[in-house]
Write a protein that binds this ligand. Structure first.
Ligand SMILES: *Cc1c(COP(=O)(O)O)cnc(C)c1O
Length: 362
């Protein structure tokens, strides 16, 4: 184990446990899981854990991450979950088996590229049900696109429709929203005169329907990242009991580089900080504080860090430093000590993509 900090410890055992738990829970409702690896910047070990835990496919928004999964020996179908760029359709059909789509122009380009490659590329058409990111807004337009693919395309195969909720518009995956998707799927099936292979009912936010046992029967595929990787949001945002999942698959560890008693309010004329902002500084007198050798370049937003040290509070950060208040800490921190943080999805995205963070599998 390389002894370098900051360090991200990945507990693969706990990760596999979470995968198996979600795969079984969803399986009981006839639902398959696409394991979404983008939250961990496509770490191949994470893709392998999804694979071993029973995910039906491996999914990412980024081709390079799917390539890494393939290079790591993953043989499950690979799914691109960001609408393909026109400039990448060739790679999409070469590398992936299935992609989420919302633009006829892109699907035509996929068909052309697939023909040139002598391949059959599968597509799921996305319906925007109000979250206002990707997807057809006009339902008739989606149905027409399905018919066009079904009747006119040879190298692109329509395998289903899907939706995404809770990413931009913060819209909840309610029973009503998912029923709306199922009704649309039925309308498509009526037009095509056949059943769709997949009705893809969203991401982690749709797991709330699994926990409540009220997910519509027709939904048979979910794309899950956060709910398996960090497994925090269902508990802290929706109040669900997720104690059967590990919340500590990923842990960030950082080293103390300075410990001193200092004023809590900056001394001098206040202008702007390293990122052009002027935060509010509360004067709490002289307090003991520690400095850590990790910063915003590594993890994004210091406000999102979840400190595991008793009595320690993160109070700010710049690019390469994090400042923590240790006045009320249980432990007497010294230079060279290590502090531990639980991390949420947004932190995970950053720490896994920072070259400066030493990723260690335990
Ligand atoms: C990121 C993403 C997911 C996974 O979201 P989680 O909340 O991490 O489960 C699913 N579908 C699409 C289209 C995505 O972009």
């Amino acid at each position: 184990m390389e002894n370098r900090y900051p360090r991200l410890e990945v507990n693969l055992e706990h990760l596999r446990h979470n995968v198996v738990n979600i795969v079984e829970k969803c399986g009981a409702h006839g639902i398959q899981i696409a394991g979404v690896i983008k939250g961990a910047t496509g770490l191949p070990e994470v893709a392998k854990a999804y694979d071993e835990g029973g995910a039906a496919m491996i999914a990412s928004s980024r081709l390079e991450q799917l390539q890494a999964a393939k290079d790591a020996g993953i043989e499950k179908p690979l799914m691109l979950i960001r609408i393909p760029m026109l400039s990448e359709v060739k790679e999409v059909v070469k590398l992936t088996d299935i992609s989420l789509n919302s633009e006829m122009e892109v699907i035509k380009a996929l068909n052309q590229a697939a023909r040139e490659e002598g391949k059959l590329h599968k597509v799921i058409l996305m319906a925007d049900l109000g979250d206002l990111r990707e997807g057809f807004w006009d339902k008739d337009e989606l149905i027409e696109a399905c018919e066009y693919i079904e009747n006119k395309m040879i190298n692109v195969q329509l395998v289903g429709i899907g939706t995404n909720l809770g990413c931009y518009g913060s819209v909840m995956a309610t029973v009503e929203k998912l029923e709306e998707l199922c009704e649309l799927a039925e309308a498509v099936e009526a037009k095509l005169g056949r059943e769709l292979e997949y009705v893809a009912g969203g991401a982690t936010s749709s797991l709330t329907r699994i926990w409540d046992h009220d997910i519509p029967k027709k939904i048979n595929l979910l794309r899950i990242g956060e709910g398996i990787l960090t497994a925090l949001d269902m508990g802290r945002f929706y109040g669900y009991d997720i104690s059967e999942l590990y919340q500590d698959v990923f842990k960030l560890k950082a080293e103390v580089i300075e410990v001193k008693n200092k004023p809590t309010h900056p001394v001098g004329t206040i202008t702007i900080d390293a990122f052009g902002q002027t935060p509010e500084y509360v004067d709490r007198g002289i307090r003991r504080r520690a400095l850590l050798g990790v910063g915003r370049v590594d993890y994004g937003h210091w406000e999102d860090l979840i400190c595991c040290e008793e009595g320690v509070e993160v109070i700010g950060a710049s690019s390469d430093h994090t400042i923590v208040d240790v006045e009320d800490a249980v432990k007497d921190y010294k230079v060279g000590d290590i502090m531990e943080f639980e991390i949420c999805y947004s932190t995970l995205v950053y720490v896994t993509s920072s070259d400066n963070v030493n990723i260690v599998f335990v």
